[in-house]
Design a protein. Structure first.
Length: 156
């Protein structure tokens, strides 16, 4: 157990100068970091153990204009980062470690029905397979499968 004072914080006295018994190591504080990793950066466990097959689903929003995150899995470092403008992702970068695969749900702003791709996106990088478009977590997304490698996407 962690030592903690019952009167750890009060509106009148704040911490009262007694921080020696305040741990600040509670799940509620860690939950914010978990949310940032899983939803802002979009690095999430897949169905297979050990992050051998994982999910990337970045989500821009609020006043954030960029996110860059890395997770050291047992299979290697997974990276996810984006830049955004007005809650829409402009660029997305990812690293999928060796001997792993990822499914990427990439939110899109504009859709070119004739070419079946996000307007303004260049040719898909090698190792990327487009699996269609679907609503995911309330957003319209392009769905891709990624093999190990380093990827950069630009949206129009």
């Amino acid at each position: 157990t962690v030592w903690e004072r019952w009167n750890s914080y009060t509106i009148e006295n704040g911490f009262g100068g007694q921080n020696g018994m305040n741990s600040f190591n509670h799940y509620s504080l860690g939950a914010v970091a978990s949310w940032m990793m899983e939803y802002q950066a979009g690095i999430q466990r897949g169905e297979k153990e050990g992050f051998r097959h994982f999910v990337l689903q970045p989500s821009a929003g609020g006043h954030f204009t960029f996110v860059k995150a890395a997770y050291d899995s047992v299979c290697g470092t997974i990276e996810s980062g984006w830049t955004a403008d007005q809650e829409f992702i402009k660029t997305y970068d990812a690293v999928v470690p060796a001997n792993t695969k990822a499914v990427l749900y990439l939110p899109v702003k504009e859709w070119d029905e004739e070419n079946k791709q996000c307007t303004g996106r260049k040719d898909l990088p090698e190792g990327v397979t487009w699996r269609g478009r679907q609503m995911h977590l309330g957003r319209s997304c392009d769905v891709f499968e990624l093999v190990c490698g380093r990827y950069h996407f630009e949206m129009g």
